[in-house]
Design a protein around this ligand. Structure first.
Ligand SMILES: Nc1nc2c(c(=O)[nH]1)N[C@H]1C(S)=C(S)[C@@H](COP(=O)(O)OP(=O)(O)OC[C@H]3O[C@@H](n4cnc5c(=O)[nH]c(N)nc54)[C@H](O)[C@@H]3O)O[C@H]1N2
Ligand SMILES: Nc1nc2c(c(=O)[nH]1)N[C@H]1C(S)=C(S)[C@@H](COP(=O)(O)OP(=O)(O)OC[C@H]3O[C@@H](n4cnc5c(=O)[nH]c(N)nc54)[C@H](O)[C@@H]3O)O[C@H]1N2
Ligand code: SF4
Ligand SMILES: [Mo]
Length: 888
């Protein structure tokens, strides 16, 4: 009998989709969307759909390691506790730090925060949410007095106007985006996208404002001024529920006196600015959704407040279809904010600026020595690790060597720090620096809760046994706490007990001042926790169904009023100049998750964008003397990277976009982290990850190679390489600036270090072309390497197909191996467009030429675009292009 389906939650984005997972008798895992989960109602995006392919144990580290050698838990935990205790004894509590993650479960997060702030007595715990949500948190606190997201997902469906600011929703919150598009079909919702790039999200909207990077404050100041000029303010609401309006309005009017002035400052046409203002003015039911184009900026907090100001001025907040809506990135970004995982928060939405709150939390925890002041925030924390102020650092569930700005400096800091502990599930660029590696249990193996963007608390449930020696994070933290002498406060029998304590703290001495109050869940029985159905706070556990917040006229500020914040447009912190004429933007691709530790192992998720590529406009390519597909070097004031050029008219001249995903496990030096600037927003401490000035120059490539292999290798010594997962193994692209014969030497030397046998080998007379191939004992292809001058490599489809095949090679295939070309013509699906159903560009082109003329028709023929829908924009572009070609 097959095992039952387990109800759990997707571990990727903050949409927080419900997943039904089932383990088959052969151990394979299948997933489908949970039709009963309120966030997704059964749908999953390409990443969620592929979750079953990520639960294998390939690459997992399943035992603790000390200095790279396997160790038992007792020894590893003992060492961690001893080094932390000794460091604290000798240098004080502020000499140690935790750097944690919005990918931890609430229960993991709660105990980590409690240990650092309550028992170690320092607030040096910060999280990767500093890189992600900190500006929203700071903006919410400035405006509302508490970090509150007022709306719920239903507001996407009820709104008449949805303004998406700095949010590539189609790729980054795909199911929410699909909900929006479905609602739009029914009710004609207008969609405005504000993003310097023409993203997949912008492809579907009514109005795309391709603003100059960093000019959002000016645009929203212009909107506020327009609302003021046009008499569209909600004067009653402003008078009764808010403070600070006159100043905010007069600053906005001075900053953005007219649509023309806004247009000039934002790089837009006056008509489009006016259209946006008029749309916003006309549609009462409007939500403004924002994400990293707003948060990840040296003016992120001001951007947030500029947006909130417009909603307060019109009283459009906390009511159906209305409000500012910060969407969270990580699966538990919101849970982390609830427990207080940021260094400047205390716990349960309480803060360090309130002595009573510090005492309250201290009493609740029975904490001997609670922290009394904020701790170091991410960028400063790594600086302190680098210069010796932090002497012991514990990183959990995040990969800062890749994802932090100025990442080269962060790596140096990790190297310099006396004692580094990393809890992870696989080896990463960060674990290389770990003195102690602690193997964590991961998605599918652990139990706990997460909170999504709309304050919906859902369970993650285990459906797989915890493999090897791995352990859940909460348990690892509690064990270390116990060994440090804090056993009584960390003696939890399971995550349910931790959750109850967290819920109780939210209600402790809370007489309505803190809206985060889930005390109704503090009495959950274990069995109720096990069966807990997704539930919104503040309603959770109170038997009420009020899910929106801030819809009334009282706010959690001392005087009960929401605050307008007068904000001015400032210049970008580090503008481009003649030296570095291009502004580099960075962010996400549709099918990858962050540093690719999970999604990089799934062939169909690697197929849409197989190589690290920098997107630039044709003009900039021409100026830099490079063509599509060329390898270029990008230099910023902080570091460098290399990537292929992808010419795209989605980029405006003077701007470039590099995905954040490629770590040292997937490419030589293709990450956005080393290029990115460590300059931070003054209020939120969130770094500027969306803009850094760079220059681009073409690399003179003299040879190129492709290696198709079953082995999981990490090449060294090449100017450039990148790899992608395919069925049966990996494909590596290698290239260099050395002469071809040296290239051949380099690649052979690299492979000889590993290779057992070479079946066949061939070098041409001029020493420019090299081919080799090895068969496994079962007669299937184990490895093939082709090296040639650039542009002369045969297509690799056939070799990739052979690698995935379980059939021994035929004699004809063996003969053909060294040519790299199939003995019979091979149909190729081409680059994968629809990752859900593995449909390639060639199949779609064929369908179009056979008469399919709409995205839906393509869907009928090939199924492409019928699951998560995130490839629909690309399919539409293909149809339109083919029409243009036919017409032209
Ligand atoms: N596929 C996928 N989905 C994800 C993730 C992932 O790794 N992969 N990660 C999750 C996480 S943690 C997060 S935080 C979210 C992020 O979700 P998003 O914020 O939607 O994604 P990003 O690509 O980081 O950036 C969004 C957009 O900001 C734009 N932008 C840059 N500068 C400016 C500016 O000055 N003004 C404006 N208005 N826009 C600007 C960029 O061009 C980009 O298109 O995605 C979540 N979902
Ligand atoms: N240039 C640039 N940089 C960026 C961004 C950008 O837009 N541009 N975006 C920023 C943002 S918004 C974010 S959120 C960050 C994300 O950056 P990171 O947090 O560094 O990215 P991940 O790859 O998600 O890292 C998660 C790690 O946790 C491990 N892991 C998975 N499950 C578990 C578990 O249960 N327990 C433990 N202990 N470990 C686990 C994974 O193997 C992985 O190594 O990147 C930031 N960096
Ligand atoms: S939208 Fe996709 S990645 Fe985000 S939670 Fe849902 S299935 Fe997971
Ligand atoms: Mo994020």
């Amino acid at each position: 009998m097959p095992a039952a389906e387990v109800r759990t939650t997707c571990p990727y984005c903050g949409v927080g989709c419900g997943v039904l997972a089932r383990v088959a008798t052969d151990g394979s895992v299948t997933v489908r969307g949970n039709p009963d989960h309120p966030a997704n109602r059964g749908r999953l995006c390409s990443k969620g759909t592929a979750l079953g392919e990520t639960t294998g144990l390939d690459g997992r580290v399943l035992a603790p390691e000390i200095g790279g050698r396997e160790a038992g838990w007792d020894e590893a935990l003992g060492l961690v506790a001893q080094r932390f205790s000794e460091t604290i004894a000798r240098h004080g509590p502020d000499s140690v730090a935790f750097y944690v993650s919005g990918q931890l479960l609430t229960e993991d997060y709660y105990v980590a925060n409690k240990l650092m702030k309550g028992f170690i007595g320092s607030a040096n715990i910060d999280t990767n949410s500093r890189l992600c949500m900190a500006s929203s948190v700071a903006g919410h606190k400035r405006a509302f007095g508490e970090d509150i997201v007022p709306g719920v997902y239903e507001d996407f469906e009820l709104a008449e106007l949805v303004v998406l600011v700095g949010s590539n929703t189609a790729w980054c919150h795909p199911i929410l985006y699909q909900r929006l598009l479905s609602a739009r079909q029914e009710r004609g919702t207008r969609i405005v996208v504000i993003d310097p790039r023409r993203t997949a999200t912008a492809d579907e909207c009514d109005l795309h404002l391709a603003i100059d990077p960093g000019t959002d404050v000016l645009l929203f100041n212009g909107l506020l001024a327009h609302l003021g000029r046009s008499g569209l303010l909600d004067r009653d609401y402003i008078a009764e529920a808010t403070s600070g309006f006159p100043e905010a309005l007069s600053v906005a009017m001075a900053d953005a006196p007219s649509p023309e002035a806004v247009a000039a400052g934002c790089g837009l046409a006056p008509a489009e600015v006016r259209l946006f203002f008029e749309l916003f003015a006309a549609k009462e039911r409007s939500i403004t959704v924002y994400s990293q184009g707003v948060n990840q900026s040296t003016h992120g907090t001001d951007k947030v407040n500029a947006i909130i100001n417009c909603h307060l001025a019109t009283g459009r907040i906390g009511r159906p279809g209305m409000g500012p809506f910060s969407v969270t990135g990580q699966p538990n970004a919101m849970g982390g904010r609830e427990v207080g995982g940021l260094a400047n928060q205390l716990a349960a939405h309480m803060n360090f600026d309130d002595q009573a709150a510090i005492d309250r939390v201290g009493r609740f925890w029975r904490a001997p020595d609670i922290a009394r002041a904020p701790g170091l925030q991410a960028v400063d924390m790594f600086r302190a690790a680098g210069d010796g102020r932090i002497k012991a650092l514990w990183v959990m569930g995040t990969n800062p060597a890749v994802s932090m700005p100025d990442a080269t400096r962060v790596r140096a800091a990790l190297k310099a720090c006396d004692f580094v502990v990393v809890s992870d599930v696989v080896r990463t660029d960060t674990t290389r620096f770990a003195h102690v590696f602690l193997p964590a249990a991961t998605w599918g193996e652990k139990d706990g809760t997460v909170t999504n963007s709309e304050r919906l608390i859902s369970r993650q449930r285990s459906f797989l046994p915890i493999p090897g020696e791995a352990r859940p994070d909460w348990r690892i933290v509690c064990d270390v706490a116990r060994l440090m002498g804090f056993g009584a406060a960390f003696d939890y029998a399971g995550p349910d007990v931790i959750f109850r304590e967290h819920a109780a703290l939210s209600g402790f001495e809370n007489y309505g001042e803190r809206l985060f109050d889930i005390r109704g869940l503090a009495g959950l029985e274990k069995s109720e926790y096990e069966s807990f159905a997704p539930s919104h706070w503040p309603a959770a556990g109170k038997g009420s169904d009020a899910t929106r917040l801030l819809g009334g006229r009282r706010f959690p500020t001392p005087d009960g009023r929401a605050r307008f914040v007068a904000v001015r447009q400032e210049g970008v912190a580090h503008p481009t100049d003649a030296q570095r004429p291009i502004g580099l933007n960075s962010g996400r691709l549709r099918d990858q998750w962050h540093t690719m530790t999970r999604t990089g192992r799934v062939p169909r998720l690697m197929a849409n964008a197989p190589e690290p590529a920098v997107e630039i406009n044709a003009l900039d390519a021409a100026r830099s003397g490079c063509a599509d597909g060329d390898l270029v070097r990008l230099d910023s004031p902080h570091g460098f990277a290399r990537a292929r050029v992808k010419i795209s008219d989605a980029q405006k001249p003077g701007q470039a976009f590099l995905p954040m995903h490629w770590s040292g496990h997937y490419a030589a030096n293709a990450g956005a982290g080393p290029l990115a600037s460590p300059l931070c927003d003054a209020f939120s401490g969130q770094p500027e990850l969306k803009h850094v000035p760079i220059r681009i120059h073409r690399e003179e490539i003299a040879w190129a190679g492709v290696l198709v292999t079953k082995r999981d290798l990490r090449p060294t010594g090449f100017v450039h390489w990148s790899r992608r997962a395919v069925d049966g193994g990996w494909v590596y692209d290698l290239c260099g600036t050395e002469t071809p014969d040296q290239g051949i030497l380099l690649t052979r030397r690299f492979l000889d270090a590993f290779r057992r046998e070479t079946l066949v080998e061939y070098t041409d007379r001029r020493g420019l072309n090299y081919r080799s191939a090895a068969l496994g004992d079962d007669g299937t292809l184990a490895e093939a390497l082709l090296v040639a001058p650039p542009g002369q490599l045969p297509p690799r489809d056939w070799l990739v197909q052979l690698l995935g095949s379980r059939q021994p090679l035929s004699p004809a295939d063996r003969m053909a191996l060294l040519s790299g070309r199939s003995p019979v013509p091979l149909p190729s699906i081409g680059r994968v467009v629809c990752a859900c159903f593995n449909v390639g560009v060639n199949q779609i082109a064929d369908a179009i030429s056979s008469g399919s003329s709409s995205v839906d028709e393509i869907g009928k023929v090939l199924k492409a675009g019928t699951n998560c829908g995130s490839c629909r924009a690309e399919i539409r572009t293909m149809i339109e292009t083919s029409r243009l070609v036919a017409a032209g």
